[in-house]
Design a protein around this ligand. Structure first.
Ligand SMILES: *[C@@H]1O[C@H](CO)[C@@H](O)[C@H](O)[C@H]1NC(C)=O
Ligand SMILES: *[C@@H]1O[C@H](CO)[C@@H](O)[C@H](O)[C@H]1NC(C)=O
Ligand SMILES: *[C@@H]1O[C@H](CO)[C@@H](O)[C@H](O)[C@H]1NC(C)=O
Ligand SMILES: *[C@@H]1O[C@H](CO)[C@@H](O)[C@H](O)[C@H]1NC(C)=O
Ligand SMILES: *[C@@H]1O[C@H](CO)[C@@H](O)[C@H](O)[C@H]1NC(C)=O
Length: 407
C-alpha cells in the first residue's frame, strides 16, 4: 500500500478509537499516532535525548530533582531570598495545610460538555503542595495527607470521559504524578495495592488511564499539555518508549512541537492571533516539558537558539503593551476549530497577571541561571508580582515560581 494511504488509514483508525472509545482502566492500551520527523527544518536529532533503558531515568526527576528540592529547603531554612518570602505565603496557603479536607475520591469524572472534576483539581493541588511542605518541614502530617490523596484517587478513579479529558489528565495528572514522585523517591512512599501480580492503585491508574488510554496529542497549547504530562508519566513509570515518544513529539511534532509553536525569528506564538491567554499558558506548558527533560539530563531550553525564550519575549512584550510584528501566516494546525486563522494579533486577555503564572519559571531559568538578557520577561516578572495562589483555573499551572523554580 502506498505510504500516504497507509498513514491515512492509521490516522482514521486512531481518530475512530479516540472518539469512539471511553477511557476505562480495564481497556486495552490505545496506540499513539506517528510523529513524523521535521528533518532539516529543526535540524535537531531527537535521538540524542532518548532513553535506552529504565535505569537511565533519574529520580526524583519530573519538575523537581533532588538538588532542586534541597535548594528550596535550604533557601527556606537559611532564610534566603526569594525562597523565604515565598515560603511564608506558600505555607499559609489553603492547599498547603496538613488538615486540608480531602474532597474525593470519586470513580468517574468528565471534562468537556460536562465538567465535574473540581474535587480532583483541588485534591491534586493539595497533594503536590503538601508533598513540598513535607519535604521542606519533614512534618509527617503533610506526608500522610499526600499519601491519603494519592491512594484514595489512585484506587478509585477509573474512568474519565468528555472530549477534553486529555486536558484534565495533562493538567491535574501532572500535579498528581509530581506529588507521587517526591513521595516515592524522597519519602519512601509505596502505594497501597502494590503487588507483583499487578497493582490496583496509583501507578496502575497512571499507566492505563492516564498514559495509555486518554491522552492524545492535539494541537498547539493543548497538544503541549499532553506532551509535557506524558513526559512526566513516563519518568514515574520508567517507560522508555513513552518518554522517547513524547521527546520526539516535543521536537518534531508539526502541530504541537516547540518548532511549530514559536516562529523562529520573532518568537510569535501560533496562537497569538487567538487570544493572549492560550498563547501565554502554552509557553508555560512548554517550559514544564523542558524542565522535566532537564531533570533527566537533557537541555531542551536552548533548542533552536533558545527558541522558547524567544517565544516568551514576544508574548511578554505584547502583553506589556508594546507593539510586535505579527505574521498572519504563522498559525496553528486546526486553527479553523477555534475561529482562525487570524488576520491580526488578538487583544483578548492582553496583559500580564499572576493568575497566569509563567514568568518566574522562565526568568529564573534563562536570566538568573543562564545569564541571558531577556528584557521583556524580566519586566513581566516585575509587572506580574508575586506568583502565589491562583484563584481560577488552579489546575492550569503550578505557580509559586519564586519558591519552586528559583535559582
Ligand atoms: C488547620 O491547621 C491550621 C494551622 O496549620 C489552623 O490554623 C486551622 O485552624 C486548622 N483548620 C482546621 C479546620 O482544623
Ligand atoms: C461526571 O459526569 C460524568 C458524565 O456525565 C458522569 O458519568 C459521572 O458520574 C460524573 N461524576 C461526578 C462525580 O459527578
Ligand atoms: C527511606 O528508606 C531509607 C532506607 O531504608 C532510609 O535510609 C531513609 O531514612 C528513609 N527515608 C524516609 C524519609 O523515611
Ligand atoms: C496596558 O494598557 C491597558 C489599557 O490602557 C492597561 O489597563 C494595562 O494596565 C496596561 N498594561 C501594562 C502591563 O502596562
Ligand atoms: C487587522 O489589521 C488591519 C491592519 O492593521 C486592519 O486594517 C484591519 O481592520 C484589522 N482587522 C480586524 C478584524 O481587526
Amino acid at each position: 500500500m502506498p505510504t500516504p494511504w497507509r498513514s491515512f488509514m492509521i490516522w482514521t483508525l486512531v481518530v475512530l478509537l479516540v472518539t469512539r472509545s471511553k477511557a476505562k482502566t480495564q481497556d486495552i492500551p490505545s496506540i499513539y499516532g506517528p510523529i513524523q520527523q521535521l528533518g532539516s527544518e529543526s535540524t535537531v536529532d531527537a535521538g540524542k535525548y532518548f532513553k535506552r533503558k529504565p535505569s537511565d531515568f533519574v529520580h526524583p526527576g519530573i519538575w523537581h530533582s533532588h538538588d532542586d528540592l534541597e535548594r528550596i529547603r535550604n533557601g527556606v531554612l537559611k532564610n534566603k531570598e526569594p525562597w523565604a518570602s515565598a515560603y511564608k505565603e506558600f505555607s499559609a496557603d489553603f492547599y498547603s495545610q496538613a488538615n486540608y479536607t480531602i474532597q474525593g475520591p470519586v470513580a468517574y469524572l468528565s471534562r468537556g460538555a460536562v465538567n465535574n472534576y473540581t474535587t480532583f483539581t483541588n485534591d491534586v493541588r493539595a497533594a503536590w503542595q503538601n508533598a513540598l511542605m513535607w519535604y521542606i518541614t519533614k512534618d509527617r502530617a503533610h506526608w500522610q495527607l499526600t499519601s491519603d490523596i494519592l491512594n484514595g484517587w489512585g484506587s478509585t478513579l477509573t474512568d474519565i470521559v468528555g472530549i477534553d479529558r486529555s486536558l484534565l489528565i495533562g493538567l491535574e495528572g501532572d500535579l498528581f504524578v509530581n506529588a507521587a514522585e517526591i513521595m516515592r523517591w524522597e519519602g519512601n512512599w509505596t502505594e497501597s495495592g502494590a503487588s507483583w501480580t499487578g497493582g490496583s492503585g496509583f501507578s496502575n491508574q497512571l499507566y492505563w488511564l492516564f498514559s495509555r488510554q486518554s491522552a492524545v496529542i492535539g494541537q498547539a497549547n493543548y497538544g503541549m499539555v499532553s506532551i509535557k504530562s506524558l513526559l512526566s508519566f513516563a519518568v514515574y513509570l520508567d517507560d522508555v518508549d513513552l518518554y522517547n515518544y513524547a521527546i520526539n513529539a516535543y521536537i518534531n511534532g508539526r502541530c504541537a512541537g516547540v518548532f511549530s509553536l514559536y516562529e523562529p525569528s520573532t518568537g510569535q506564538s501560533s496562537e497569538s492571533g487567538r487570544d493572549q491567554s492560550h498563547a501565554t499558558s502554552g509557553i508555560g506548558w512548554t517550559v514544564l516539558a523542558a524542565k522535566t527533560a532537564q531533570t533527566q539530563g537533557s537541555d531542551l531550553f536552548s533548542l533552536g537558539n533558545n527558541l522558547l525564550l524567544k517565544g516568551a519575549e514576544y508574548t511578554a512584550k505584547y502583553n506589556l503593551n508594546y507593539t510586535v510584528d505579527y505574521d498572519p501566516d504563522w498559525y496553528r494546525c486546526e486553527a479553523v476549530l477555534v475561529n482562525g486563522p487570524w488576520a491580526n494579533i488578538s487583544e483578548e486577555d492582553r496583559g500580564v497577571t499572576n493568575q497566569r503564572p509563567i514568568w518566574d519559571m522562565i526568568y529564573y531559568e534563562y536570566v538568573v541561571k543562564r545569564g541571558i538578557h531577556a528584557p521583556y520577561t524580566t519586566e513581566a516578572v516585575t509587572k506580574e508580582g508575586f506568583e502565589g495562589r491562583v484563584y481560577k483555573n488552579v489546575d492550569d499551572l503550578p505557580s509559586w515560581g519564586s519558591l519552586v523554580f528559583a535559582y
